[in-house]
Write a protein that binds this ligand. Structure first.
Ligand SMILES: [Zn+2]
Ligand SMILES: [Zn+2]
Length: 250
């Protein structure tokens, strides 16, 4: 079983001001000083590929220069990665060669709110569950992914479906166990995402429990878009523990 406090010493999902949805305060130096204040051991800067798909690698270079300028101490370790779009089964915005140049590849499969994202033919909860499973499986088997961002949770569908938690309810335990086994084989981690724990707590409990049983690798991230979104580990630990330890009501 993972020690939550250990996972929370890293934040592997932070957007910089290069992401259009992030605050202009998210400069590398401000992010790093906040991370130092909170005693984080490691941070990963992951901007969306879809904001600047044409010049994404150039943007990464600029970000790397900023990192070099402020990485004067060893802690925190700073990784420049990307939140890459897997917008359908086997469909990616960047080419394989481009993606391979990125050091930490966090794949998002469920950004259904974006106009270019593929949707299943039927809008039933099970159809979305199958679409998510199939796209996620393709990402795992691509050999390109280090981690899956906010896995399976369908909160980006909240404008489309009445109760988005029905989508994760439509994913069976055995299907989760199967895909976890596959991820172990391909050495792909799963993000324990601070926001989605609260967006879909009963799925978070299944994800955490089955993932631990299967021995998957978890990485923690808050999906920070603002400086305060890089949250205090001790505060989060108490909140997350409360959610994950609740008995699942049947
Ligand atoms: Zn995302
Ligand atoms: Zn994100």
């Amino acid at each position: 079983m993972y020690l939550l406090s250990e996972l929370l010493r890293e934040n592997n999902h932070i957007h910089t001001r290069y992401s259009k949805c992030a605050s202009h305060q998210m400069t590398v130096s401000q992010i790093v000083s906040r991370a130092r204040q909170l005693g984080l051991r490691k941070i990963a800067l992951v901007d969306h590929d879809h904001d600047n798909a044409e010049n994404f690698l150039q943007q990464q270079e600029e970000l790397l220069r900023e990192v070099r300028a402020c990485q004067l101490q060893e802690v925190p370790e700073i990784i420049v990665g990307a939140e890459l779009s897997a917008f359908g089964v086997g469909k990616y915005l960047l080419s394989e060669d481009e993606m391979k140049k990125i050091k930490f590849r966090l794949f998002a499969v469920n950004h259904y709110h974006l106009p270019f994202w593929e949707h299943p033919r039927s809008s039933s909860a099970r159809a979305y569950a199958e679409h998510l499973l199939e796209s996620t499986r393709a990402v795992v088997q691509s050999g390109l992914a280090h981690c899956i961002a906010h896995p399976f949770v369908a909160n980006y569908l909240k404008k489309k479906v009445a109760d988005y938690t029905k989508v994760t309810q439509a994913i069976r335990d055995a299907e989760l166990a199967d895909i976890f086994m596959l991820s172990n084989e391909y050495n792909v981690s799963w993000e324990l995402n601070y926001r989605t724990i609260f967006a879909d707590p009963s799925f978070a409990r299944r994800f955490w429990q089955i993932g631990n049983e299967m021995g998957v690798k978890f990485l923690f991230g808050t999906d920070a878009h603002t400086l305060s979104g890089i949250e205090e580990p001790r505060v989060m630990e108490l909140q997350i523990e409360t959610i994950l330890s609740e008995k699942v009501s049947v």
